[in-house]
Design a protein around this ligand. Structure first.
Ligand code: SF4
Ligand code: SF4
Length: 358
């Protein structure tokens, strides 16, 4: 798995992170084995949902064996947001986990606007700034499920990382780069803000709590399709998936070597009857491949959309420069347009892309 940089946190991590909440049912021996197995398979980011008192000390027993090889994220779960209680809890988290430093600290479960307003104004952030200055944690994040909170958090400049659910079922229609973007589409707005402000967006629930993996439904998808959809959304840095067995770790690891056909999620979006809303918009599924010039059409379209929306940053320019074959290799054969279920004018887009990056 290639390493990415988690937005302005600067943390180098793999784009697939491991959620640990389902591991709590394992014995300590199994837990130890599973964490080591994750590391062996190349995973290097563990999200430690430290809400439960029984949960933390169990990880304290097994984390030291892998700590030097992974980044860890802890969660400040005190919903009162009381400053004194939060300070006690923070130190307890470090003690229970037997670590001296968290790579990321999330303020957890912020789903109410009132809660968000309270925590940004009651001195909690001053406490966290102090703890950060003392070298107790690296990046500050906020986690929740509501765009009403995540959007002001992204706009505030206070957070390096936002954790938010992004999956095919969560407003699949809301591709981030819809033309004529009006600001009404909240998920698009959140993703755009994360890209604009270089916030690391960690997408949780890529399988929608396993519902998307249920067989026999029109929306049934494979883990690879779910992960690819989530990671294809512009603005998403990492997909975080919970595992509780080596087999589930293998299913995540399979993403890296998966083929374009295995990643293609277009049929699931079609099954959701969202075609009309997506007409003309690229959803980056690569259903249009193969291209005789071997262009990664979804990748070029992503860079096109990013350039249109945000302009061309040096990083984007560099990514475009290293994409080969590229838009200029398009021979306008039209094969992709015939195959695209979403009616994207790929040939025009290739020309636009050439002009944009010229
Ligand atoms: S052009 Fe169509 S088929 Fe190709 S990646 Fe975009 S949406 Fe998918
Ligand atoms: S039109 Fe261009 S991008 Fe599409 S398949 Fe043909 S060469 Fe590839």
């Amino acid at each position: 798995m290639k390493t990415i940089i988690l937005g302005r946190s600067g943390l180098p991590v793999k784009p697939l992170g491991i959620g640990t909440e389902h591991m709590n049912r394992l014995s300590i021996k199994e837990l130890d084995h599973l964490l080591r197995y994750c590391v062996e398979r190349g995973f290097d980011y563990f999200d430690l949902v430290t809400a439960s008192k029984t949960y933390r000390p169990r990880y304290g027993k097994v984390l030291p064996a892998v700590r030097s090889r992974v980044k860890i994220a802890g969660h400040l779960s005190d919903r009162t947001r009381d400053v004194a209680n939060s300070e006690i809890l923070f130190h307890q988290i470090l003690k229970d986990l037997q670590v001296e430093y968290l790579d990321v600290l999330f303020i957890q479960w912020v789903d109410q606007v009132e809660d968000y307003q309270r925590l940004v104004s009651n001195g909690l952030l001053d406490l966290l700034a102090k703890l950060r200055q003392q070298g107790k944690f690296g990046a500050l994040g906020i986690s929740g499920h509501k765009t009403e909170v995540a959007i002001p958090a992204a706009e505030s400049g206070l957070f390096d990382i936002i954790m938010h659910p992004i999956n095919m079922a969560s407003s699949a229609i809301a591709t981030p780069m819809r033309r004529g973007f009006t600001g009404e589409d909240d998920r698009s707005r959140l993703l755009s803000l994360c890209r604009q402000h270089d916030i690391g967006l960690i997408a949780m629930k890529p399988f929608m709590g396993g519902k998307l993996l249920k067989p026999g439904q029109p929306y049934s998808a494979t883990p690879v399709q779910c992960l690819h959809y989530t990671l294809s959304q512009i603005g998403v840095s990492m997909a975080l998936a919970g595992v509780s067995s080596p087999q589930q770790v293998d299913a995540l690891a399979a993403y890296e070597a998966s083929t374009t056909a295995e990643r293609d999620f277009s049929a699931i979006l079609q099954a959701q009857n969202l075609l009309d809303g997506m007409r003309g918009e690229c959803v980056y599924c690569n259903h249009c491949l193969p291209c005789p010039s071997e262009i990664d059409i979804a990748l070029i379209n992503q860079m096109h959309d990013e350039a249109v929306q945000f302009g061309i940053s040096p990083a984007l320019h560099q990514r475009y420069g290293s994409a080969t074959p590229s838009a200029q290799d398009c021979i306008a054969c039209g094969d992709c347009e015939a195959a695209c279920p979403f009616g994207v004018s790929v040939i025009d887009r290739m020309q636009e892309t050439i002009a944009l990056f010229a």
